[in-house]
Design a protein around this ligand. Structure first.
Ligand code: NHO
Length: 361
């Protein structure tokens, strides 16, 4: 390894992680300098790394990891390992782990940059948020998390640009969940009758749209996390994703299920409840939306009804739509729209963040 190398540690090799690794392999070919050196890769059970930081082959990394007999070191030990690398180091966290998220301040303080689609760090306690950005400002290590909202869509970068250029964001609203978008677009389409609720939930999981546990999507928490992140970037010090009203679509009787699998098994028993909700909208359609009224400091998440002609009703697939109302844009909001979930589009946001970090460290 030479100093003209960037050392990359990938934590998490699931749906998003695998897509990221394949994008990283292509990026390494397109951008030979600095050399992108994958020096560490891990899942929750296994790790693969070389004590001398020799590059792990990007073509075979996933299989080599599966065959590895090493277990992951503790996060502080991983940070120590990375600080001794012969070049700048970047952690790419493709997990949804709270523990990994809580290690960001330690990594950043030590000069290790962080790139991630994991929402936990940015939507957890406000203190963790402050610790992360203070650590980054102190050391100069970078932290980017574009895919924590709207997958690869330019949502966070757009909001940051609006704020940093001195515009005044008054309201942000839209559909922030790829899973919820897919579910309502297929369960309650503008025309036609739509599928069974539980079957559509199964499809969303199989397509890689849901969180590792689909209950995190259906209880509204995933959207609440995204709104927490955007509200904080817009200047509201929201304490946590449970600090404002969030409507859950988990039937009361299933709140006590001990696993995601048990939940999915019992969900079909509640299809009728969802049919009734759909019917209660009459000529309109139901959609799961979120909004942030910056002036009123009001954040909320839940079901609303929309006319068939409304852009929110007309969304397709797993698309997100996010409208930014600002002083400059006046009554016609700046709108970002497109696929909001799935491995490849989420990994794209992670890879784009990685490219930004490489250009800055
Ligand atoms: P997986 O497939 O469960 O993979 C997680 C990996 O992390 C596994 O390899 C696991 O072994 C590893 N892991 C877990 N804990 C670990 C630990 N402590 N140490 C080491 N490894 C550990 O999850 P995904 O689907 O690949 O998701 C990965 C991350 O991307 C999550 O934080 C997720 O929130 C985030 N993300 C995913 C998506 C998506 O489309 N799949 C999106 C954004 C962010 O925009 C998307 C989105 O918001 C999806 C949302 N459900 C929606 O809108 O519907």
């Amino acid at each position: 390894a030479t100093t003209n190398s960037v050392f990359i540690a990938v934590i998490g090799a699931g749906g998003v992680g695998k897509c990221f690794l394949s994008q990283l392999r292509d990026l390494a070919v397109r951008r030979p300098s600095p050399k992108l050196n994958l020096c560490y890769i891990a899942t929750s059970r296994k790790a693969l790394y070389n004590d001398d930081y020799a590059a792990i082959n990007l073509d075979t990394a996933v299989d080599a990891l599966a065959a590895s007999t090493k277990t992951p070191p503790s996060l502080p030990d991983l940070v120590t390992y990375l600080t001794k690398a012969p070049g700048k180091a970047i952690i790419v966290d493709n997990t949804s782990s709270q523990d990994v998220a809580e290690a960001y301040p330690t990594a950043l303080k030590a000069g290790v940059s962080v790139v991630t689609p994991n929402k936990k760090a940015f939507s957890g306690s406000y203190k963790l948020w402050q610790d992360i950005f203070q650590a980054s400002a102190a050391s100069g290590a970078k932290v980017y998390h574009e895919s924590s909202v709207g997958a690869g869509l330019p949502v966070i970068s757009t909001l940051k640009d609006l704020v940093e250029t001195g515009d005044e964001v008054t309201k942000i609203e839209g559909v922030f969940s790829g899973t919820m978008s897919f579910l309502f677009n297929s369960f309650a389409p503008v025309s036609g009758s739509g599928g069974k609720w539980s079957e559509e939930v199964n499809k969303a999981k199989a397509l890689g749209y849901t969180e590792p546990d689909p209950r995190d999507d259906l209880n509204g928490l995933d959207v609440a996390r995204k709104l927490t992140i955007l509200a904080r970037l817009a200047g509201l010090p929201v304490e946590s994703p449970t600090a404002f009203p969030v409507e859950s679509l988990i039937p009361k009787e299933l709140e006590s299920c001990s696993s995601g699998d048990e939940f999915m098994e019992k969900l079909p028993n509640f299809d009728q409840q969802m049919e009734e909700r759909k019917a209660s909208a009459g000529d309109k359609v139901i959609r799961f939306v979120g909004s942030i009224d910056v002036g009123a400091k009001d954040v909320k998440v839940g079901l609303q009804t929309f006319d068939a002609s409304h852009p929110i009703a007309a969304l397709k697939g797993s698309d997100n739509i996010i409208s930014f109302y600002t002083k400059r844009y006046g009554s016609n909001p700046l709108i970002v729209q497109g696929a909001g979930a799935g491995g490849d589009v989420t990994a794209m946001g992670v890879t784009a963040d990685l490219i930004k970090v490489i250009g800055q460290i």
